[in-house]
Ligand binder design. Structure first.
Ligand SMILES: Cc1cc2nc3c(=O)[nH]c(=O)nc-3n(C[C@H](O)[C@H](O)[C@H](O)COP(=O)(O)O)c2cc1C
Length: 294
């Protein structure tokens, strides 16, 4: 999640809460020149991810760009990478990238033919939505994705049109299992340990889940899914302070305060009073007070 889950976030999260097997890196937006942004280069560097298992991700509709990037990923020392077929942002889909690739199944298939026609230097997974306009597109997309040797496919159970708040469509995951999509990973609206615990009863073949916003709201969620403790107040205060200090030393006070507030809006979602206090806070101590004490 670009602008939030950088190396400072991942390292602090791993140290304080843990419970995550693989941290997915925010996508690299590939370009013709293949040059990465400074932020993207830093994010994928082995130093930034020391001690963590991470999954780099690319956004592109150009098979040559993807091949060159996969080589770069392997030279960085990683053994797996992910293709983004899920980003719903109009600036991305308008150029036929991210979930914009789902709108043109013919192109998706020829793109994947070219990508998989070479021996890949790292294993490749994909992150997809279940259609562009409608879930009726899902069976066709599944036929295409199932034909390639992806190491896994993460399924965000929404269409592009649904964006992030339209109703999730979990039944689409059942179809992915029945159709033999390689190692499908469930994603979408997993907010509590109970949400995750309920999945195997509904989808006996589910092997793994991906968590997005739930972890921003409750950083101990992955630990709780594994039967661990809820986050305590002191732990949460240490979490926010550690992030602030990391961002402050890297970007300076103004950026750090902006970032920490952006993150802290998640746990106070729906709480108008705390949200107002957070907005007015002008230092990390008052941010922590606003969110944890109200
Ligand atoms: C701010 C933000 C940034 C995101 N960035 C990425 C990204 O770089 N790559 C990706 O695959 N998904 C990205 N996502 C989507 C999430 O990974 C996830 O699929 C989506 O939020 C649904 O899962 P959730 O309900 O657990 O959050 C992003 C989501 C948000 C809200």
């Amino acid at each position: 999640m670009e602008g939030i889950t950088d190396g400072i976030f991942r390292q602090a999260h791993h140290k304080i809460f843990g419970g995550i097997d693989v941290y997915c890196l925010p996508f690299h937006k590939l370009t013709q020149s293949l040059s990465l942004l400074t932020r993207e280069e830093r994010d994928i560097s082995p130093e930034e991810n020391e001690g963590l298992t991470v999954l780099p991700q690319a956004l592109t509709r150009d098979p040559e760009q993807l091949s060159a990037w996969l080589l770069y990923v392997s030279e960085c020392g990683y053994s797996c990478a992910d293709l983004n077929l899920g980003c719903p942002s109009p600036t991305v889909t308008g150029r036929g990238r991210g979930s914009g690739m789902l709108r043109d199944p013919g192109y998706l298939q020829s793109f994947l033919d070219r990508v998989f026609s070479n021996t890949l230097p790292v294993s490749l997974s994909a992150k997809t939505r279940i259609g562009y306009d409608s879930p009726d597109e899902w069976p066709g997309i599944l036929d295409i994705l199932s034909a390639y040797p992806f190491s896994h496919v993460t399924v965000h159970v929404r269409t592009t049109k649904d964006q992030y708040t339209g109703s999730a469509r979990p039944e689409a995951f059942g179809l992915a299992l029945r159709k033999g999509l390689p190692h499908p990973v469930y994603n979408g609206d997993l907010r509590t340990a109970d949400d995750v615990a309920a999945l195997p009863a509904r989808f006996p073949g589910v092997e793994a889940v991906m968590i997005g916003r739930g972890l921003l709201k409750d950083p101990a969620l992955a630990r709780r899914i594994r039967g661990g403790a809820e986050a305590g107040r002191e732990e949460l205060a240490a979490w926010y302070e550690t992030l602030y200090e990391g961002w402050n030393s890297r970007f300076g006070r103004t950026v750090a305060l902006g970032r920490i507030k952006k993150l802290m809006e998640w746990p106070v979602e729906g709480d108008i009073r705390r949200k107002r206090l957070l907005r007015r806070a002008d230092c990390i101590e008052s941010c922590v007070g606003a969110v944890l004490d109200g």
